[in-house]
Design a protein around this ligand. Sequence first.
Ligand code: ADP
Ligand code: MG
Length: 253
Amino acid sequence: MANIIAVANQKGGVAKTTTAVNLSACLAEAGKEILLVDMDPQGNASSGLGIDKVRVRHCIYDVLINGAPADSVIVRSDWEHLHILPATIQLAGAEIELVSAISREVKLKRAIDPLRSRFDFIVIDCPPSLGLLTLNSLTAADYMLIPIQCEYYALEGLGQLMSTIKLVQKHLNNDLSILGVLLTMFDARTNLSIQVVDEVKNHFPDEVFRTIIPRNVRLSEAPSHGQPIIAYDPKSRGAEVYRELAKEVLQRV
Ligand code: ADP
Ligand code: MG
């Protein structure tokens, strides 16, 4: 039965998509059956795995709004064990269309729960907001993985994220728990990065993953080639650390 992990933080540019794509790919490499659900209208997770969005006929929008079976929208990636529920820009409309929908927060949960028996992990890449697409993701998930960029204001906005999690736990999904907090884009040459790591560890003593993701140029190049890091440059530091993260995730679930 699949564990469902939502990669969420309402801030943009903190490596949600990079983490969702590469964690998925590394878990697939470890032989796990993976479904990556793209819940961001930008569709970066889809294109990062080489999905040509122009040629995608149905996307997660059709599942959430038109009731299409999730099954019929899943596409295979070029990598063994790795499947995608893609997003296109059409998904941008869902944020508004869902407002007036019945059971608007549980659409994704109802769509993907039936897929649990087919996968070991379902990883959801959330958009950079706390709107209905993220609420649907947190309602569908068992676990949340929170990437935090080692930058100024790293902890800014986390209070809001935490109160959203509490609200979801109280009203929509009692089973939601935090899988871990992931420090990303760490730069060992700067005092700032080191300070942020300390600060985040003080704030989340039990949640921070041992694995810290460093800044790595290869990680930022891989998406433009439509490949996860382990395909684009399997020996890079970026590939190494995301494999370590996958191991840690397997230990924690
Ligand atoms: P989000 O999904 O949270 O908006 P992304 O995963 O798209 O964030 O990352 C934001 C940008 O930073 C992207 O251009 C991505 O390629 C780059 N990036 C992410 N992680 C790293 C890293 N460890 N080293 C270098 N660049 C990174
Ligand atoms: Mg993203």
